[in-house]
Design a protein around this ligand. Structure first.
Ligand code: NAP
Length: 314
């Protein structure tokens, strides 16, 4: 086999797994996607990761994680994994990871492929993506200096990003399908106190308006059925996430929403495959919980590989 462990995903879970695996002297490869940016890396300020009382920029934190894994010997490759499958070489059983033009084999796999933003699925969303429709405030917020934007969603991400966007925009209308926010109380308090943020409660965005670029959002009140057009220059959509697990369908057990089913030690039912971070079925998806998952997954993979090689410490 080429490696003891291949880690798929370069977010907090994957990078922590890489740090632990390479410190355990496992031959470790981490494959990161360039086409799907991780959620942490595009977060302007992470303020609930311990040790950073003033918050820490997501990109900075991820770069530090990466450097630490590199110091201990993790190899890095970029590209999208297309498929994983069982691989047998003589009596050595492992896994093959297939990318566009290359493939690698390993005794164990850690899947840390994260999640991507969910779409609304309304007319105009795909057509105007990149022309006013955005799923990343850190990437696109500065384009809306002194402009009006609509933001759809009511969870932690939506409110976090709304607060960030108020640094740039003149006015932000938060459209939420309920009459109160789902987000954590401290974020709710900040949003409700922010004069730049207005709210369209109990409302759904039913169409993104505009020909060549966004000119507004049509919203429908879920109680009265009344439709209103909110003029704006951009629309930011934060209505949850979908796990990046398409490439493991059929190889690993997924729940109804597509999250990987793994136990507290990150074991999937497939021998030698471990899952960690946001792609795993779990209660709380945060940088800190992803890191914890990553460390555990690496330790479980280490035990599995050492048992396999007959070098386990017993
Ligand atoms: P989330 O908690 O699932 O919230 C998604 C929001 O979008 C909900 O308010 C939901 O409405 C709304 N929504 C879903 N589908 C919709 C649709 N089709 N149309 C309109 N609205 C829709 O997702 P999230 O906010 O992205 O958070 C994901 C995870 O990351 C959570 O565990 C969260 O705590 C964590 N996170 C934490 C922080 C932080 O601690 N600062 C920051 C970001 C994310 P309903 O409320 O009606 O369901």
């Amino acid at each position: 086999m080429d490696y003891d462990v291949i880690i798929i995903g370069g977010g907090p879970a994957g990078l922590t797994a890489a740090l632990y695996a390479s410190r355990a002297r496992m031959k470790t490869l981490l494959i990161e996607s360039l086409s799907v940016p991780g959620q942490a890396i595009v977060t302007d300020s992470i303020e609930n990761y311990p040790g950073f009382p003033d918050g820490v920029n997501g990109f900075t934190l991820i770069e530090r994680f990466k450097k630490q894994a590199q110091i201990f010997g993790t190899e890095f490759k970029t590209g999208d994994v297309k498929k994983i499958q069982g691989h047998k070489d003589k009596d050595c059983k492992g896994w093959k990871v297939e990318m566009e033009n290359k493939a690698f084999t390993s005794l164990s796999l850690i899947i840390a492929s994260g999640a991507r933003p969910k779409k609304l699925g309304v007319p105009g969303e795909d057509e105007l993506r990149g022309r006013g429709v955005s799923y990343c405030a850190t990437c696109d917020g500065a384009l809306y200096k002194d402009k009006a934007v609509v933001l759809v969603g009511g969870g932690d991400t939506a409110v976090d990003e709304a607060l960030f966007l108020t640094r740039f925009v003149k006015k932000l209308t938060l459209v939420h399908r309920r009459d109160r926010l789902r987000a954590t109380k401290i974020l709710q308090e900040r949003a409700l106190a922010n004069k730049k943020i207005g709210f369209a409660w109990s409302s759904e965005a039913v169409e993104i308006l505009g020909r060549d670029k966004v000119s507004g959002v049509k919203v429908k009140n879920v109680k009265s059925g009344e439709e209103t057009d909110i003029p704006c220059d951009g629309v930011f959509i934060f209505v949850g996430y979908l796990p990046n697990t398409d490439f493991v369908k059929g190889s690993v057990r997924l729940d109804r929403e597509g999250y990987i089913v793994a136990d507290d030690n990150m074991n999937t039912p497939e021998k030698g495959i471990f899952a960690c971070g946001d792609c795993r079925q779990k209660l709380l998806r945060q940088v800190i919980t992803a890191c914890g998952d990553g460390a555990t997954a690496a330790f479980s993979a280490q035990q599995y590989v050492e048992e396999f090689k007959g070098i386990a410490y017993k």
